[in-house]
Design a protein around this ligand. Structure first.
Ligand code: SAM
Length: 282
C-alpha cells in the first residue's frame, strides 16, 4: 500500500510526497523529526509536519541564502548561521575562501546528528571543517548574550511556529544587529509570500526598526509550495544591495565556486520584486 507524507503547514493547502522509505523518525526535545526517501526529491527532512529541505531542490535555497550576502559583502571573515541543522547552509558558506570562522547555532542536536547520518550530501563534510563551530542552543538567546561579532548572519530557521517563532521578532533582529560588524548583513528565511504574506510584512516592519536598508530577494524552491520563496535582507550599508554586476562577477569568479542556481546576474535580478510582494511592504 502506497504511503504518503502530507505537509500540514496550511489549513487550506497541503502537498504530498510519496513515502518510499522512512530512514529516521524521532520526537526530539523540540520537534517531530522525520527523514524519508522519495523517488523524485531524494532524501527529505521534515520537522513538525513541514518540509525543511530535500536533496532534490536544496541547492536553490542554500546557494541563494549564502552567495547573495557573502558576494555582496565581499570580505566576510566571520559568519553566523542561526538554525541550519541539516548542514546545507554551512556547506555553501564554507566554499568562500575569505570565510575564516563559521558559527552555527542550532537548537536541536538531533537535527544535526540525524542529518549528518541520513542526509550526508547536505553538509558534505562541512561539520568537519576546521572553521566550523557548532553551538547547540536557542538562537535568540545566543544573539542576546554573545560577545562575538559577525560580518554576515544567516537565519536559516523553521517557520514562525514552535521553536522558530522567536526568530521572527523585532527583539531578535535588534540583537542580530548588535552582533554585526560595521556594514554587516543579515539575511533570513522569510516564507513564501503568496501563502505566507504576513511574514514579509512583519519582517519589513520588525527589521526596519533596526536597519537602514531592508528589502527582500526571491527564488523558486519547488518543495516550498506556493511560488517564490522570499529572503529578508537587512543592513545599514545601503550600497551593498546594489553592488555593481561587474563587481559581483569579479568576486564570484575569484571565489571559484560551482553552483547549480546562483549566478551574479540571478543575484542582482532576485532583488526585483513583483508587484504583489511590493504591495506587502507597507
Ligand atoms: N530550509 C528550511 C526552511 O526554509 O524552513 C529551514 C531548514 S533548517 C533544518 C531549520 C532549523 O532551524 C531546524 O534545524 C530547527 O531545529 C532550527 N531552529 C528552529 N528554532 C530555532 C531556534 N530558536 N534556535 C536555533 N535553531 C532553531
Amino acid at each position: 500500500m502506497t504511503e504518503w507524507f502530507t505537509e500540514t503547514l496550511h489549513p487550506w493547502l497541503a502537498q504530498r510526497l510519496r513515502l518510499d522509505r522512512v530512514l529516521y523518525r524521532e520526537k526530539t526535545e523540540h520537534q517531530d523529526l522525520i527523514i524519508f526517501e522519495n523517488e523524485k526529491f531524494g532524501r527529505v527532512l521534515t520537522l513538525d509536519g513541514v518540509v525543511q529541505t530535500t536533496e532534490g531542490d536544496e541547492f536553490v535555497y542554500h546557494e541563494m541564502l549564502t552567495h547573495v550576502p557573502l558576494t555582496a559583502h565581499g570580505d566576510a571573515k566571520r559568519v553566523l548561521i542561526i538554525g541550519g541543522g541539516d548542514g546545507g547552509m554551512a556547506r555553501e558558506v564554507l566554499k568562500h575562501p575569505e570565510v575564516e570562522h563559521l558559527t552555527m547555532v542550532e537548537i536541536d542536536r538531533s537535527v544535526v546528528d540525524m542529518s549528518a547520518e541520513h542526509l550526508p550530501s547536505l553538509s558534505a563534510g562541512a561539520f568537519d571543517d576546521a572553521r566550523f563551530n557548532l553551538v547547540i542552543t536557542d538562537g535568540a538567546a545566543y544573539v542576546a548574550e554573545t560577545d562575538d561579532r559577525f560580518d554576515v548572519i544567516i537565519v536559516d530557521s523553521t517557520d514562525p511556529i514552535g521553536p522558530g517563532e522567536v526568530l521572527f521578532t523585532a527583539e531578535f533582529y535588534a540583537d542580530c544587529k548588535r552582533c554585526l560588524t560595521e556594514g554587516g548583513i543579515v539575511v533570513t528565511q522569510n516564507g513564501v509570500p503568496f501563502v505566507q504574506g504576513t511574514e514579509v510584512t512583519n519582517s519589513w516592519h520588525r527589521l526596519g526598526k533596526s536597519f537602514a536598508d531592508v528589502w527582500f530577494f526571491v527564488a523558486p524552491v519547488p518543495t516550498y509550495q506556493g511560488g517564490f520563496m522570499a529572503f529578508g535582507w537587512a543592513t545599514d550599508d545601503k550600497a551593498k544591495r546594489s553592488t555593481d554586476l561587474s563587481v559581483l562577477e569579479e568576486r564570484f569568479e575569484r571565489a571559484g565556486i560551482r553552483t547549480r542556481y546562483y549566478t551574479p546576474a540571478v543575484h542582482q535580478g532576485s532583488f526585483a520584486l513583483p508587484r504583489f510582494i511590493l504591495d506587502l511592504l507597507k
